[in-house]
Write a protein that binds this ligand. Structure first.
Ligand SMILES: Nc1ncnc2c1ncn2[C@@H]1O[C@H](COP(=O)(O)OP(=O)(O)OP(=O)(O)O)[C@@H](O)[C@H]1O
Length: 248
C-alpha cells in the first residue's frame, strides 16, 4: 500500500536521504532501525509532506502523493504520532482526540461544541481512546496526565483520524519498562488492516512487533529483512546491534 521509490533529500550539500526504496503491504508492521543521525526522522518528514524530497517518489495505493500537502496526505489516510509531546496541555484527553477526529472528518465546527456532539466524531474518539487504553482518562486535562499517558494520547490522536497508514516516531522513547510492555500490547491490538511504520529503539519491541525491519545508515537502506534475518545479519550487527547485544 506504500511504495517509496528512490527517495532522496539533501540539506545544502549534505545528502541525508539517499535513494531510499521500500514497500509496505497492507496491514504490515515495519520497524525502521538505525543509529542516531541515520535519517529516520527525515524519512518520516518526507513521507508526511513536512519536507520536500530532492528526488524520488512516494505512492499510496498506487497514487503518487509527492506533490500533496501534509493535510492532503492526511485525508488520504496517512497519520503520524510524534516523538515529542505535541498536545494541547489545557484541554482534556477527549478534547484533544475530538479536535483530531473532527479535523480528519472535515467537521471542525466554528462552535467547537458542535464538533463534540457529532456522532461520527464521538465514535472515532471513543474507538481511539479504547485502542490506547485511555477511556478512563477521557475527561482528564492533559496537563494532569502522566508522561506515559501522554505518549499513549499521541498515538490516540493519530488513530482518531482513522488512518490507513500510521507512522510512529519512537513511541516508547522516555517511558519505563511497564509502559513499554503496554506499548507491546497496544501495537498488537491495532486493527489488522492498519499498516504501521515505526521508528523504534527498543530492540525487544522491534523484534516482537515487526513483520519486517528496514535498517538505515547514513541515509541509506543497508538492510531489509525479517526480525530473524536482522538478528543474524553481520552488517546490521556491526552498525547497530553491537551495543544492544553487549548490553543484553
Ligand atoms: N533541517 C535540517 N538541516 C540540515 N541538516 C539536517 C536537518 N534535519 C536533519 N538534518 C541532518 O540529517 C541527519 C539525519 O537526521 P535525522 O533526524 O533524520 O536522523 P535520525 O535517524 O532520526 O536520528 P535520531 O535517532 O537521532 O533522531 C543528521 O545528520 C541531521 O543533523
Amino acid at each position: 500500500m506504500l511504495d517509496v521509490h528512490n527517495l532522496s533529500k539533501a540539506f545544502g550539500g549534505i545528502q541525508v536521504t539517499r535513494n531510499v526504496s521500500f514497500k509496505l503491504a497492507k496491514g504490515e508492521r515495519r520497524v525502521i532501525l538505525g543509529p542516531n543521525g541515520a535519517g529516520k526522522t527525515t524519512l518520516f518528514n518526507l513521507l508526511v509532506g513536512e519536507l520536500t524530497p530532492s528526488g524520488g517518489d512516494i505512492l499510496i495505493d498506487g497514487v503518487s502523493v509527492s506533490g500533496l500537502s501534509v493535510s492532503q496526505r492526511s485525508r488520504m489516510g496517512l497519520s503520524r504520532s510524534y516523538q515529542k509531546n505535541n498536545l494541547f496541555e489545557d484541554l482534556t484527553v477527549r478534547e484533544n482526540l475530538t479536535l483530531a477526529a473532527a479535523a480528519a472528518q472535515g467537521k471542525i465546527a466554528w462552535l467547537v461544541k458542535d464538533s463534540f456532539r457529532d456522532r461520527g466524531v464521538k465514535e472515532a474518539v471513543e474507538e481511539a481512546a479504547e485502542l490506547v487504553s485511555l477511556t478512563d482518562l477521557l475527561d482528564t486535562p492533559v496537563k494532569a496526565a502522566s508522561y506515559g499517558n501522554r505518549r499513549q494520547l499521541e498515538v490516540g490522536i493519530a488513530l482518531a483520524t482513522r488512518p490507513k497508514l500510521l507512522l510512529m516516531d519512537e513511541p516508547t522513547s522516555g517511558v519505563g519498562p511497564s509502559m513499554i510492555e503496554g506499548f507491546h500490547r497496544l501495537l498488537k491490538s491495532l486493527p489488522e488492516d492498519l499498516t504501521v511504520l515505526i521508528i523504534e529503539h527498543d530492540m525487544d519491541l522491534a523484534f516482537d512487533v515487526a513483520d519486517r525491519i528496514t535498517v538505515l545508515n547514513f541515509g541509506e537502506v543497508v538492510f531489509e529483512g525479517t526480525p530473524e534475518e536482522t538478528r543474524g545479519n553481520k552488517v546490521v550487527r556491526d552498525i547497530y546491534l553491537g551495543d544492544w547485544q553487549e548490553n543484553a
